[in-house]
Design a protein around this ligand. Sequence first.
Ligand SMILES: [Zn+2]
Length: 360
Amino acid sequence: MQNTKRILTATMAILVCASTIVGSNEGHAKTTREELLEIRQQKSKVMESITKGNKTLEKYSDQMELSQKEIDKFQLKVDEVEVQKKDAEEKEVLYQKKFNQRLREFYENGETGHMSLLLQADNFNEFLIRFEMVRLVAQRDYALLEEKKKATAEVQKKIDELNVLVAKQQKEVEKSKAAFDKIMEIVKKDKSKLKELQGMEDANETELISINKELISSGKLKFAYTGPLQKPLGYPITSGFKFRWGKPHEGIDFGTQGKINIPYAAAADGVVVESRVSSGYGWLITIYHGEYGGLPFYTRYAHSWPNQVKVKIGQDVSKGEIISLIGNNGRSTGPHLHFEVRIGHGAKPDAKDPMKFFGG
Ligand SMILES: [Zn+2]
């Protein structure tokens, strides 16, 4: 918010100054440039934070998915064991009935049979045998029932264990979800911050372009040269700075082995002062890089098609920033970049051998 206000104030100040003192535009350009740099730094920090946030979100999302898969797996097992439990319970009921029946038989026989058997002394042995048999059978039935009860309890234990595991995973899901939501909140904030910064960047860029344009047209664009140059693209030099076809070749050519649309970059920090059609060059981009030995230092880039150009007149560019793509426009026998260094005043400053200005 504060920055937006600052821009507004700056813009208003510029409007006032532009109509009164053109000279102070240099100062505004400096301020705007510094602000732009600051905005871009903030932007890259926020973008970094968003990238980090998104990665964390992905992590939590994966964790949730994993936990959910575990839950599903356990749930499937629970379903399976529930069937086993039903089966075990049915068996238990059955054996309980059997046992009860046996007990009833035993006691019924005990009441009547027992008495009648006892009254017949001859049959006393038989009675004992019968009694013992019934007792053994009842004992066996009871053991079987106990076994079934144990089986049911075991199945129940399995279910309980699985439910504990499900609950544990559910807790994990909740934890991941809470962490996910927290990060999501941060990412959302970052995104809205980024949008705000983007707006500020656009405003500052537009402002800087208009200030630079005024400085260019009034001949007051001036700052110190910060060399050395960096090669605009990583392709071999196919033609040097020399006399060629009866006249000087005022730059060097970077051939791209027949390929078009290869990006090329600004050779140093500067301001775009020209971007226009030019018969021989096809399209010409000129960047001012500052004062070099008291004279303006320019680099020029030729042969792009207009729709390949990424920069505007008045735009600040940084060393290595992509400004256009390789074309084959104008006096050109194949896709290449014609690159010039020009130092001096006037419409056609002196051409110098670019090779002398590249850094190691
Ligand atoms: Zn050339």
